[in-house]
Every structure is written in C-alpha cells, then in structure tokens.
Design a protein around this ligand. Structure first.
Ligand code: PAF
Length: 274
C-alpha cells in the first residue's frame, strides 16, 4: 500500500494503477462501517483508494473538529489489511487555498434536517467531496446510507455538475444491539450507550408500525418520540421522501425516517429507508 500525503504523491501513485478505481473517502477513526464500504469497493474495482482527511470546512464553529477522534496508526494498519492500494492522507494545506471557490448546498434540501441543525456543514462537505472525487479519478465512490442527506446531496452534485463517477450507496452497519456504527460512539459511556439504543429502537418501532399498516407520519413520529424520551435531546424525528420533503403519509419505496439526538457528548444520527 502506498501512503500519499501530498497531491503530487497521490498523482505519482495513481500513475502506477491500471483499470477501474474504487474510492472510499473517510475522516478516519475507521470502524466496521467504513470497512464494509472498503470491502465492497475492493470487490467491485481493480484498484482501491481510501482517503483519510478530517475536513475542517464541514465543521461549524464550536463543533468537535479539534476533538474528532484521530487514529492514524490503527487506520493505516486497517487499510493495509484490507488491501487498499493507495491511502491518501493529506494535510489541510494540501487541500485548501486561502481564497477558495465555494460550492453551495441546494437552498432547500441542503438546509433542512442536518442542514438546519448544522447550517454550512453541507457546503464544506460538498466542497471536499468534489476535490476528493476529482483527485481520486474514481470510477465508483462509496458512501454510507447512515449519512442519508449527505449521500443524497453528493448524488445531486454528481448529476448537477456532470461528474463522471458512479456513487454507490452502502447499507448502515449496526452493532448486534442495533446501535448504528459511528466514529462518535467512542464518546459514549456504558450508560449512554444503552440510552443511545433509543435511536435504533425508535426506528424499529416505526418499521413495525408500518408493517402493521400504520402510514400516518404524525402517529409514527409520536410513538418514536416516546421511545426517544431517554436521550438528552431529540433534535429531529422526520419522515421524508427521497428528496427530503416532509410527508404526511409514508410512501413505501420512497420514504426515509430520520432521527438526530444528543446522548451525552455526541450528537447521533440514524435512519431507515422504507
Ligand atoms: O462522511 C464522511 O466521513 C465525510 O463527510 C466525508 C464524506 C469523508 C467528507 O469529508
């Protein structure tokens, strides 16, 4: 595995590759969720590039940029074991100039839910993903469904800017308890981890209600909020269509149920696609 820390090193390493390139962008602190993307990308492509870059422009003032978990040594080992061809780990100075051209998230779907809680987050996320996709020269790039709105916006950016890359959505990976894997789970104490299960339990409840024929969004959300009463703060519970418009009735095959909540230090998100 080649570790490229500069754009030049990345370009040089890419020159040695022949054939399709699968790309998995990450912010490091790799866990089974990332590994499932890496394994899928490994299977589906001749070459595999992974990036680890904690992107400052997608963190808002007061968010956990400085405290974001960094585990470079372990991450490098994981990538080696997963047969990654190139691991791109740039410094911030490699990725950003002082006066940058900016990409803006769409004014509606970029500013609801996660975009409303974290205004500006998606601008920075799209900016770095555009850079990383271009730098990687990827044929296919892999993103988790856990960040459902991020995934939808990246797919839109690829469409709107005619980028020549296929975005591959990948399923959420969960602990056996149901907790969706996240780099931020390391901040949870044992007691908080138990309370954090309310997120996946509320989504499971929603699934059961839908299976039993309940499609009314208000009713489903009310039952979810009851289960979520054990978390410290519920930021949102939303039932939306695949373009992130809130809907009054679940449309099977075209809906997502999303939840964001604070448990102790971390803000957690989870969702199901119905
Ligand atoms: O999902 C993430 O880890 C990040 O938002 C991404 C896509 C790597 C961009 O920094």
């Amino acid at each position: 595995m080649i570790i490229a820390r500069t754009i030049d090193e990345l370009q040089e390493a890419k020159n040695t590759l022949l054939g399709s390139i699968g790309f998995v962008p990450t912010m490091g602190a790799l866990h089974e969720g990332h590994l499932s993307l890496i394994r899928k990308a490994r299977e589906e492509n001749e070459n595999l590039i992974v990036s680890i870059f904690v992107n400052p422009t997608q963190f808002l003032d007061g968010e956990d940029l400085d405290k974001y978990p960094r585990k470079d040594e372990a991450d490098i080992k994981i990538c080696q074991l997963a047969s990654v061809d190139i691991l791109f780990m740039p410094a911030i100075s490699q990725m950003y100039e002082r006066d940058e051209l900016c990409i803006g998230a769409p004014m509606i779907s970029g500013y609801v839910l996660e975009g409303a809680s974290r205004p500006g987050h998606f601008d920075g996320m799209l900016q770095v993903v555009m850079k990383l996709l271009n730098l990687s020269g990827a044929t296919k790039a892999y993103f988790g469904k856990k960040d459902a709105q991020q995934l939808a916006l990246i797919m839109q950016m690829v469409r709107d800017y005619f980028l020549d890359v296929e975005i591959v959505p990948c399923d959420i990976v969960r602990e056996s308890s149901g907790l969706a894997l996240s780099s931020r789970n390391v901040y949870l104490s044992t007691e908080e981890k138990i309370r954090a299960l309310a997120l996946s339990k509320s989504l499971q409840k929603a699934t059961n209600l839908i299976i039993s024929g309940e499609l009314d969004s208000a009713q489903i959300k009310a039952e979810m909020v009851e289960i979520l009463s054990v978390v410290d703060e519920v930021e949102y519970v939303a039932i939306v269509d695949r373009t992130f418009n809130e809907i009054d009735k679940v449309e099977i095959g075209n809906s997502m149920i999303l939840v964001a909540a604070w448990v102790g230090k971390p803000r957690l998100i989870d969702n199901i696609w119905v």
